[in-house]
Design a protein around this ligand. Sequence first.
Ligand code: IMP
Ligand code: MG
Length: 214
Amino acid sequence: MRGAAEGEPSESQKSSRADTPGQDEAQPKASRADTTVNRRIGRILISRDEIAARVTELGEAIGRDYAGRAPVLVGVLKGAVVFTADLLRAIRVPAAMDFMAVSSYGSGTRSSGVVRLTSDLSLSIEGRDVIIVEDVVDSGRTISYLRRNLATRHPRSLALCGLLDKVSRREVDVDVDYVGFVIPDEFVVGYGLDYDGRHRELPDLAVLDPIAPA
Ligand code: IMP
Ligand code: MG
């Protein structure tokens, strides 16, 4: 791998949105599946500027490695949509784009461990250079499943680009060829990443903090 950047925020980035009025009412209720406490948006872990700079670097690295070829970026829906779109524009080689959807999380913050394909590619990847683009590699189960699934379709090559890598949470061994940021075991939202379908629209990556029940 080509040098993952650290995901720790600087002091200046630790702005908090936690005091935003009206934030609390919209949070999932305490009785939800794995949530014994509510959660709300906390400090910014990785700012939009840091994301943009790193995406540019990843695009340059991929462009160099795939010079003279036309890779297919396979974005994993829905979390990786924003990242995939930015990465596509940072790669200086002709690249195709397609998407797959899998489900592994319920509405909580921990994987169920069971991965299911819920939407398939529209392109054939036989003989193509495929780069899976994922938002977070956590336990590794989703990516391990996707790699095995796509390998059966006989691509010419198969690589993985993950925006975030929670190395400390790995349960299944997977090779991440291009890593945006290695981050600690914290649940993050924004830049396409969600918690229960929410917060994808935030331009920065922020930590989701528990709120102690009142
Ligand atoms: P894995 O199968 O355990 O590696 O989980 C990977 C999937 O979990 C990713 O595709 C994400 O959808 C989701 N995920 C893991 N951590 C986070 C997080 O911090 N924020 C949002 N989604 C996450
Ligand atoms: Mg995902």
